[in-house]
Design a protein around this ligand. Structure first.
Ligand SMILES: Nc1ncnc2c1ncn2[C@@H]1O[C@H](COP(=O)(O)OP(=O)(O)O)[C@@H](O)[C@H]1O
Ligand SMILES: [Mg+2]
Length: 581
């Protein structure tokens, strides 16, 4: 019921449309009744009175009546379904907006395909609840009440006998509905899982083909598909159980009437005429009842979907505690990590362990360490993709949790480890850094990122579509676009997470110049696997298993022969080996 009340909130803006639809359906019933009424005058006045003028008039009236009825039916259906469509449009929009505001931890837990299935599939089920419940439900419900009223008016004792089974019927409908809703929820979960599987396989199609795992993926899909099929079949069985149950209850009701009414007729208390007209009314009652029980299953499906949709909408987003937080002014003094510890999962090990780090504004900090040391995790705390478990990060002495998220992120430019581009033109991908920039600035950014030359060689230059996630570009080209995008953002804090890892040494050296220019007046965090690229940093921090094990400038660290020296020697030797080989 609370779910329904909540759905009504979405219907509320379209209440006039809804009322119009209801009026139309009442008018439709009116025309039905009027058509039935017409039968009498047609018989009496035309055939009995042999009136030839009316012989022309009545057929015209019938045509007119049915044309009007047709338009009313159209109006009712159109208005009703347009309300349903509006509700799901609004819900879908709200879900999409909400989804983008959910914290990163949510996306680590939830598969993209599942979320897509909620936005695209689950909401469509809700339309049926809105339209069917209101139009069919209302009409059948009213008819049912009217028929019951008539039956009680004719002979209330007999009516009681007939309606004795009504509570049982209701109980069965409710009980079946409960089972149906549970099955429906399971079915939606299976659809989500299948969606996720398809999205994953298609996204990784090259790996699937390369490793010849098509058969394995088919088997995985078959398992999910079978499970979905089984749930659907159970749902159908439960749903169709309505018929035998309702038929049985109806027969019991009719039997009770025949037994009691028949004895009345035999005793002479009622006439056979009254009895049979009553029986007809009872038979008529079961039709709307059957229809109502069918609507119930539609509604249960919709409620299962609504439960999932609202569950998503109720997941608190990042903006949940944003109210009234002050804007973070541009960084002036510096950024500091104060005893920061973090872990991704409450049960997992610490990924960062008591990290403290002070970075004066305008300085370049290099984070080095073996893979898995926690470098990426450390820099992801700055735009608050994740929250520290303890400790805090401050900018100019202000805790970044105490300032507005938008103002914090607006000061940060990121080139992330896994380059993420959009299926759009080169220009718009670079513009993502700053939608207001003009062509000149876009080109300047591309030029500085050493992307201009290869972009000009693309079929449509800056207007070339780069394909889903940039499939039409090489790894190095994608990386240079990502750098151009960050350059255009022109943010005071810059995070370069292995920003040049996909470039060959020659290209890296060139981009390195661009990056050094870019770093000049910015507070920069550089993560680079090639130590040659970080030697000019103001501070080098060596991380190992989430702890800072060494810090200092390149020359000092080399002199101490600590972990940095070992990393350096290792790389140097590998390079020598590579050039020897
Ligand atoms: N989204 C995540 N969820 C759970 N664990 C993660 C996640 N990202 C990274 N980790 C774990 O955190 C540790 C540090 O990872 P990361 O910061 O990416 O290291 P680095 O960038 O230094 O290679 C690794 O052990 C990794 O398994
Ligand atoms: Mg990393």
């Amino acid at each position: 019921m609370t779910l329904y009340r909540r759905l009504l909130i979405y219907v509320y803006p379209y209440r006039y449309r809804l009322v119009a639809a209801i009026l139309c359906s009442v008018a439709v019933s009116g025309t039905t009744g009027y058509a039935a009424l017409l039968v009498k005058p047609i018989l009496d006045e035309i055939f009995v009175a042999r009136d030839t003028t009316r012989l022309v008039f009545f057929p015209l009236l019938v045509v007119l009546l049915y044309v009007a009825r047709g338009f009313l039916l159209y109006g009712q259906a159109y208005l009703m379904r347009s309300v349903g469509q509006r509700v799901i449009r609004d819900l879908r929009q709200e879900m999409f907006a909400h989804l983008q505001g959910l914290p990163m931890t949510y996306f680590n837990r939830q598969h993209t395909g599942v979320l897509m299935s909620q936005i695209m599939h689950d909401v469509t089920l809700i339309e049926r609840a809105v339209t069917d419940a209101v139009s069919t439900g209302l009409r059948q419900g009213l008819t049912l009440l009217a028929l019951i009223g008539v039956a009680i008016y004719r002979d209330w004792v007999l009516a009681m006998w007939a309606l004795l089974v009504l509570p049982f019927a209701c109980l069965c409908i409710v009980q079946l509905g409960r089972v149906l809703r549970r099955l429906s929820r399971r079915a939606l979960e299976h659809v989500g899982a299948l969606n996720a599987l398809v999205a994953e396989v298609l996204g990784n199609i090259r790996v699937v083909k390369g490793f010849g795992r098509e058969g394995y993926e088919n088997a995985r899909f078959r398992r999910g598909n079978e499970a979905y099929y089984n749930v659907m079949l159970r749902s159908v069985r439960t749903d169709e159980m309505r018929s035998p149950i309702m038929e049985f209850l109806a027969s019991v009701g009719v039997a009770a009437v025949v037994w009691y009414g028949g004895s009345q007729v035999i005793a002479g208390t009622t006439t056979p005429g009254t009895f049979f007209s009553f029986l007809t009314a009872i038979f008529m009652i079961y039709e709307p009842l059957r229809r109502l029980s069918r609507i119930n299953s539609t509604i249960q499906n919709a409620l299962a979907a609504a439960g999932r949709v609202f569950g998503l909408l109720d997941t608190p987003g990042e903006a949940a505690e944003e109210n009234g937080k002050p804007i973070l002014p541009p960084i002036r003094h510096g950024l500091a990590f104060n005893n920061v510890s973090m872990r991704y999962d409450p049960n997992a090990a610490l990924v960062l362990d008591n990290v403290s780090l002070e970075v004066p504004a305008g300085n370049v900090v290099a984070l080095v360490g073996t893979s898995g040391a926690g470098k990426t995790s450390l820099v992801h705390l700055i735009p608050r993709f994740y929250e520290p478990e303890s400790g805090c990060i401050t900018i100019d002495g202000r805790d970044i949790r105490e300032v507005s998220l938008a103002s914090l992120r607006s000061q940060i430019g990121i080139v992330s480890q896994d380059v993420i581009l959009f299926d759009d033109t080169v220009r718009r991908n670079i513009l993502y850094g700053d939608p207001q920039a003009d062509d000149e600035r876009v080109m300047a950014a591309a030029y500085a990122a050493y992307a201009h030359d290869f972009v000009m060689q693309l079929p449509d230059g800056y207007d070339t579509m780069i394909g889903e996630r940039g499939v039409k570009l090489s790894g190095g080209e994608k990386q240079r676009l990502a750098i151009a995008r960050a350059l255009l953002r022109n943010a005071p804090i810059l995070i370069l997470d292995e920003a040049t890892s996909a470039l060959d040494s020659a290209a890296e050296r060139m981009v390195q110049h661009a990056l050094e220019n870019l770093m000049k007046d910015r507070t920069t965090f550089v993560i680079a696997h090639r130590l040659s690229t970080v030697r000019h940093a103001d501070l080098i921090v060596v991380l190992h298993e989430g702890r800072v094990v060494e810090r200092g400038c390149h020359a000092d660290l080399l002199a101490t022969s600590g972990p940095y020296r070992r990393l350096y020697d290792l790389q140097f030797r590998t390079q020598e080996l590579a050039s020897d080989g």
